[in-house]
Write a protein that binds this ligand. Structure first.
Ligand code: ATP
Length: 326
């Protein structure tokens, strides 16, 4: 019997070491000056083609998807066609079908399996990592069944249509992101950084946090955009975690903390454990605590999950970009 064909890729969550949020643009996005760092907390996405799969020459090749949660499961079912991994597979197939001479090619249907270890709606780009892994896996599926392979640059362009963080999740490492955050330049870093990530409550919608920052800025002129990434860039070249800790910054933090008052309590509790620094990760509500080493990060996670946080993990940055897994 012929067994199923599997295409498996892995992508990683991220933390923003600097998140400068400028004015809202006419397209609704805010101008960003951000420094992303991927951390080794993986999202693993498999595209599984059954040996007796149907072949289709139009419409979605995805028949179903399932997510295995190693973090708290959201109330809403996310295994739907709106899932970023599902949309990523559809987008790669559509890009292929847009090429000349591909009309006659019928591709086999597949199912998507996701192993999720990044918090859902936590500000760590878990969904974007799923999209990145699905893009890379779909590219290998296309190579196998249609002998066509898109370049990484094209995959990143397709990824940008799905979400502003997706291109960075494809690239990984440490990078400066401008524009919507999808105009990327790799950055030089030395050493490794140990993080404790904890989450205390229901996720925040990224859009809500950006809108709240706009409202707060109307009333508080001190909340100016911090678009200069020079200090974090210099500290990363030096590789000293204490200097990096001093340079961490997130313009969205004030808005995230107001929307989730419990975050302040978790922050206060966390400071008692002497992390080098505590910041809100991206749009929150995950708290990212930079620690001295792995053991320190584990102690912080253990202490906070025993008291104020309901889930947490240790992760090291930087992590690689999206890659295939055997
Ligand atoms: P970011 O840091 O990029 O803003 P996030 O970590 O805050 O992202 P995600 O976990 O990526 O948030 O997802 C936010 C929402 O998007 C979820 O509540 C869910 O409804 C929807 N979603 C779509 N695809 C996915 C996916 N693959 N994983 C998780 N959520 C997804």
């Amino acid at each position: 019997m012929i067994s199923a064909q599997r295409f498996t890729a892995r992508a990683y969550g991220k933390v923003n070491l600097h998140l400068g949020v400028g004015e809202a643009r006419s397209d609704g996005y805010h101008e960003l000056a951000t420094v992303f760092q991927s951390v080794d907390r993986p999202e693993t996405v498999s595209l599984v083609v059954a040996s007796d799969a149907r072949r289709v020459s139009h419409g979605s090749v995805v028949e179903r998807m399932s997510t295995d949660f190693r973090v708290n499961e959201p109330e809403m079912d996310i295994d739907t066609p709106t899932n970023l991994a599902w949309r990523a597979v559809d987008a790669v197939v559509e890009a292929y079908r847009g090429l000349p001479g591909t009309d006659h090619v019928a591709l086999p249907t597949l199912s998507i399996e996701v192993l999720k270890t990044v918090f859902v709606a936590g500000g760590m780009a878990g969904g974007s990592a799923d999209a990145a892994a699905a893009l890379v896996a779909a590219n290998h599926y296309l190579s196998y069944y249609a002998q066509h392979h898109f370049s990484e640059a094209v995959l990143m362009r397709i990824g940008a249509t799905l979400g502003a963080d997706v291109p960075f999740c494809v690239m990984g490492g440490t990078a400066l992101g401008t524009g919507r955050g999808d105009n990327l330049a790799p950055m030089l870093t030395r050493g490794e950084f140990w993080w404790a990530f904890v989450s205390q409550q229901e996720g925040l919608s990224t859009g809500t946090v950006f809108e709240h920052l706009d409202d707060m800025r109307h009333n508080d002129p001190s909340l100016v955009p911090r678009m200069d990434t020079g200090r974090i860039a210099r500290s990363l070249v030096g590789g000293d975690p204490i200097a990096v800790a001093g340079a961490l910054h997130n313009d969205l933090q004030a808005a995230a903390v107001t929307l989730h008052p419990n975050l302040r309590r978790t922050m206060n509790e966390a400071m008692g454990l002497n992390p080098l620094r505590a910041i809100v990760s991206g749009s929150g509500p995950t708290l990212a605590l930079l620690c001295e080493n792995r053991e320190h990060a584990q102690r912080v996670v253990d202490a906070l999950t025993a008291t104020v946080a309901y889930e947490g993990f240790v992760a090291r940055g930087p992590a690689p970009g999206t890659h295939m897994v055997d």
